[in-house]
Design a protein around this ligand. Sequence first.
Ligand SMILES: Nc1nc2c(ncn2[C@@H]2O[C@H](COP(=O)(O)OP(=O)(O)OP(=O)(O)O)[C@@H](O)[C@H]2O)c(=O)[nH]1
Ligand SMILES: [Mg+2]
Length: 185
Amino acid sequence: MGALNTKFGGGDKRKLTAQVLILGLNHSGKTTIFFTMRDKHNIFTIPAIGFNSETFITANGVSMRVCDLGNYKKVKPTWKDYFQESIGCFFVVDSTDEFRLDEAAQELHGILEDDSMRGVPVVVIANKQDLPNAITCTDLVQKLNLEKLSKTQNKWFIQSACALTGEGIYEAMEQMGKMVKENQK
Ligand SMILES: Nc1nc2c(ncn2[C@@H]2O[C@H](COP(=O)(O)OP(=O)(O)OP(=O)(O)O)[C@@H](O)[C@H]2O)c(=O)[nH]1
Ligand SMILES: [Mg+2]
Protein backbone atom coordinates (compact mmCIF):
# COMPACT_ATOMS: atom_id res chain seq x y z
CA MET A 1 0.00 0.00 0.00
CA GLY A 2 2.86 2.33 0.83
CA ALA A 3 4.27 1.99 -2.67
CA LEU A 4 0.86 2.52 -4.20
CA ASN A 5 0.30 5.64 -2.16
CA THR A 6 3.64 7.01 -3.23
CA LYS A 7 3.07 6.24 -6.88
CA PHE A 8 -0.32 7.88 -7.04
CA GLY A 9 0.28 10.50 -4.37
CA GLY A 10 -0.59 14.07 -5.33
CA GLY A 11 2.93 15.45 -5.14
CA ASP A 12 4.47 12.92 -7.50
CA LYS A 13 1.60 12.98 -9.91
CA ARG A 14 1.80 16.74 -10.18
CA LYS A 15 5.40 16.58 -11.33
CA LEU A 16 4.76 13.77 -13.79
CA THR A 17 1.66 15.01 -15.56
CA ALA A 18 1.70 17.71 -18.20
CA GLN A 19 -0.21 20.87 -17.43
CA VAL A 20 -3.11 22.35 -19.38
CA LEU A 21 -4.55 25.72 -18.40
CA ILE A 22 -8.13 26.96 -18.44
CA LEU A 23 -7.94 30.65 -19.33
CA GLY A 24 -10.40 33.29 -20.48
CA LEU A 25 -12.02 36.54 -19.37
CA ASN A 26 -13.74 36.71 -16.02
CA HIS A 27 -17.29 35.34 -15.95
CA SER A 28 -16.75 33.31 -19.14
CA GLY A 29 -17.35 30.00 -17.34
CA LYS A 30 -13.85 28.71 -16.54
CA THR A 31 -14.66 27.41 -13.07
CA THR A 32 -17.94 25.82 -14.18
CA ILE A 33 -16.01 23.99 -16.91
CA PHE A 34 -13.34 23.01 -14.42
CA PHE A 35 -16.02 21.50 -12.14
CA THR A 36 -17.50 19.53 -15.05
CA MET A 37 -14.08 18.10 -15.86
CA ARG A 38 -13.42 17.45 -12.20
CA ASP A 39 -16.75 15.83 -11.35
CA LYS A 40 -17.46 13.90 -14.54
CA HIS A 41 -14.10 13.11 -16.08
CA ASN A 42 -11.35 13.30 -13.51
CA ILE A 43 -9.01 10.63 -12.24
CA PHE A 44 -8.55 12.53 -9.02
CA THR A 45 -8.42 16.10 -7.84
CA ILE A 46 -6.06 18.02 -5.67
CA PRO A 47 -7.93 20.60 -3.64
CA ALA A 48 -7.36 24.26 -4.37
CA ILE A 49 -3.79 25.26 -3.69
CA GLY A 50 -3.67 28.96 -3.06
CA PHE A 51 -5.59 30.65 -5.84
CA ASN A 52 -5.94 27.80 -8.30
CA SER A 53 -7.47 24.34 -8.51
CA GLU A 54 -6.30 21.36 -10.43
CA THR A 55 -7.68 18.02 -11.52
CA PHE A 56 -6.30 15.09 -13.47
CA ILE A 57 -7.97 13.87 -16.63
CA THR A 58 -7.14 11.46 -19.41
CA ALA A 59 -8.38 12.30 -22.89
CA ASN A 60 -7.48 10.46 -26.08
CA GLY A 61 -4.91 8.51 -24.06
CA VAL A 62 -3.17 11.65 -22.82
CA SER A 63 -2.98 12.37 -19.10
CA MET A 64 -3.30 16.02 -18.22
CA ARG A 65 -3.30 18.13 -15.11
CA VAL A 66 -5.94 20.76 -15.78
CA CYS A 67 -5.61 24.03 -13.86
CA ASP A 68 -8.16 26.76 -13.36
CA LEU A 69 -6.06 29.77 -12.45
CA GLY A 70 -9.12 31.79 -11.53
CA ASN A 71 -9.00 35.46 -12.19
CA TYR A 72 -5.42 35.07 -13.23
CA LYS A 73 -4.71 38.74 -13.87
CA LYS A 74 -4.64 39.16 -10.12
CA VAL A 75 -1.64 36.88 -10.05
CA LYS A 76 0.00 38.37 -13.11
CA PRO A 77 3.49 38.37 -11.58
CA THR A 78 3.38 34.56 -11.57
CA TRP A 79 1.17 33.60 -14.53
CA LYS A 80 4.10 33.32 -16.86
CA ASP A 81 5.42 30.52 -14.65
CA TYR A 82 2.28 28.60 -15.54
CA PHE A 83 2.76 29.28 -19.24
CA GLN A 84 6.24 27.79 -19.13
CA GLU A 85 4.98 24.45 -17.86
CA SER A 86 1.91 24.21 -20.08
CA ILE A 87 1.41 21.96 -23.08
CA GLY A 88 -2.08 23.16 -23.92
CA CYS A 89 -4.69 25.79 -23.19
CA PHE A 90 -8.47 25.84 -23.04
CA PHE A 91 -9.61 29.38 -23.75
CA VAL A 92 -13.17 29.95 -22.58
CA VAL A 93 -15.38 32.54 -24.23
CA ASP A 94 -18.80 33.74 -23.12
CA SER A 95 -20.52 33.44 -26.51
CA THR A 96 -23.28 35.83 -25.43
CA ASP A 97 -21.00 38.70 -24.45
CA GLU A 98 -20.45 40.28 -27.84
CA PHE A 99 -19.27 43.54 -26.30
CA ARG A 100 -16.25 41.80 -24.78
CA LEU A 101 -15.27 39.70 -27.78
CA ASP A 102 -12.55 42.15 -28.83
CA GLU A 103 -11.14 42.04 -25.31
CA ALA A 104 -11.32 38.23 -25.37
CA ALA A 105 -9.52 38.14 -28.72
CA GLN A 106 -6.78 40.44 -27.42
CA GLU A 107 -6.38 38.30 -24.32
CA LEU A 108 -6.14 35.09 -26.34
CA HIS A 109 -3.66 36.44 -28.86
CA GLY A 110 -1.64 38.09 -26.09
CA ILE A 111 -1.34 34.77 -24.24
CA LEU A 112 -0.31 32.86 -27.36
CA GLU A 113 2.28 35.47 -28.32
CA ASP A 114 4.14 34.71 -25.12
CA ASP A 115 7.31 32.79 -25.95
CA SER A 116 6.39 29.98 -23.57
CA MET A 117 3.11 29.41 -25.37
CA ARG A 118 4.59 29.14 -28.85
CA GLY A 119 3.22 26.04 -30.59
CA VAL A 120 0.90 25.17 -27.73
CA PRO A 121 -2.47 23.88 -28.98
CA VAL A 122 -5.55 25.83 -27.95
CA VAL A 123 -9.12 24.62 -27.69
CA VAL A 124 -11.46 27.60 -27.67
CA ILE A 125 -14.59 26.71 -25.74
CA ALA A 126 -17.52 28.72 -27.08
CA ASN A 127 -19.45 28.57 -23.84
CA LYS A 128 -23.06 29.45 -22.90
CA GLN A 129 -24.45 28.12 -26.17
CA ASP A 130 -27.68 27.29 -24.31
CA LEU A 131 -28.60 30.98 -24.28
CA PRO A 132 -30.69 32.33 -27.17
CA ASN A 133 -28.33 35.21 -28.02
CA ALA A 134 -25.22 33.02 -28.26
CA ILE A 135 -22.91 33.79 -31.17
CA THR A 136 -22.20 30.73 -33.31
CA CYS A 137 -18.77 29.10 -33.57
CA THR A 138 -18.56 30.12 -37.21
CA ASP A 139 -18.94 33.79 -36.28
CA LEU A 140 -16.58 33.43 -33.33
CA VAL A 141 -13.80 32.13 -35.58
CA GLN A 142 -13.95 35.43 -37.41
CA LYS A 143 -14.57 37.69 -34.40
CA LEU A 144 -11.71 36.14 -32.42
CA ASN A 145 -9.47 36.18 -35.50
CA LEU A 146 -8.61 32.52 -35.02
CA GLU A 147 -7.30 32.16 -38.57
CA LYS A 148 -4.35 34.32 -37.49
CA LEU A 149 -3.25 31.58 -35.10
CA SER A 150 -2.41 29.19 -37.93
CA LYS A 151 0.36 31.60 -38.85
CA THR A 152 1.82 31.62 -35.34
CA GLN A 153 1.91 27.82 -35.28
CA ASN A 154 -0.70 27.42 -32.58
CA LYS A 155 -3.05 24.67 -33.64
CA TRP A 156 -6.57 25.56 -32.64
CA PHE A 157 -10.02 24.08 -32.46
CA ILE A 158 -13.29 25.68 -31.45
CA GLN A 159 -15.89 23.68 -29.55
CA SER A 160 -19.39 24.88 -28.76
CA ALA A 161 -20.37 24.10 -25.18
CA CYS A 162 -22.74 24.60 -22.31
CA ALA A 163 -20.82 24.29 -19.07
CA LEU A 164 -24.01 24.09 -17.03
CA THR A 165 -25.05 20.79 -18.65
CA GLY A 166 -21.52 19.69 -19.56
CA GLU A 167 -22.40 19.57 -23.25
CA GLY A 168 -19.30 19.86 -25.44
CA ILE A 169 -16.81 19.58 -22.57
CA TYR A 170 -15.90 15.94 -23.21
CA GLU A 171 -15.39 16.79 -26.89
CA ALA A 172 -13.15 19.72 -25.93
CA MET A 173 -11.06 17.43 -23.73
CA GLU A 174 -10.79 14.77 -26.43
CA GLN A 175 -9.69 17.38 -28.93
CA MET A 176 -7.06 18.68 -26.53
CA GLY A 177 -5.72 15.15 -26.04
CA LYS A 178 -5.58 14.65 -29.81
CA MET A 179 -3.76 17.91 -30.48
CA VAL A 180 -1.28 17.42 -27.63
CA LYS A 181 -0.51 13.95 -28.98
CA GLU A 182 0.03 15.29 -32.49
CA ASN A 183 2.30 18.00 -31.10
CA GLN A 184 4.53 15.42 -29.47
CA LYS A 185 5.17 13.53 -32.69
N1 LIG B 1 -26.34 29.94 -19.15
C1 LIG B 1 -25.09 29.57 -18.90
N2 LIG B 1 -24.45 30.09 -17.84
C2 LIG B 1 -23.18 29.67 -17.60
C3 LIG B 1 -22.53 28.71 -18.40
N3 LIG B 1 -21.28 28.51 -17.91
C4 LIG B 1 -21.16 29.32 -16.84
N4 LIG B 1 -22.31 30.02 -16.64
C5 LIG B 1 -22.56 31.01 -15.58
O1 LIG B 1 -21.68 32.11 -15.78
C6 LIG B 1 -21.26 32.64 -14.54
C7 LIG B 1 -19.74 32.66 -14.47
O2 LIG B 1 -19.25 31.33 -14.44
P1 LIG B 1 -17.84 30.96 -13.78
O3 LIG B 1 -17.59 29.53 -14.07
O4 LIG B 1 -17.80 31.39 -12.38
O5 LIG B 1 -16.89 31.89 -14.63
P2 LIG B 1 -15.31 32.11 -14.45
O6 LIG B 1 -14.76 32.28 -15.81
O7 LIG B 1 -14.73 31.05 -13.62
O8 LIG B 1 -15.27 33.52 -13.69
P3 LIG B 1 -14.01 34.14 -12.87
O9 LIG B 1 -13.44 33.08 -12.00
O10 LIG B 1 -14.61 35.27 -12.12
O11 LIG B 1 -13.01 34.63 -13.88
C8 LIG B 1 -21.92 31.77 -13.47
O12 LIG B 1 -23.09 32.40 -13.03
C9 LIG B 1 -22.23 30.48 -14.21
O13 LIG B 1 -23.32 29.78 -13.65
C10 LIG B 1 -23.25 28.16 -19.52
O14 LIG B 1 -22.77 27.32 -20.29
N5 LIG B 1 -24.51 28.64 -19.70
MG1 LIG C 1 -13.60 31.17 -11.80
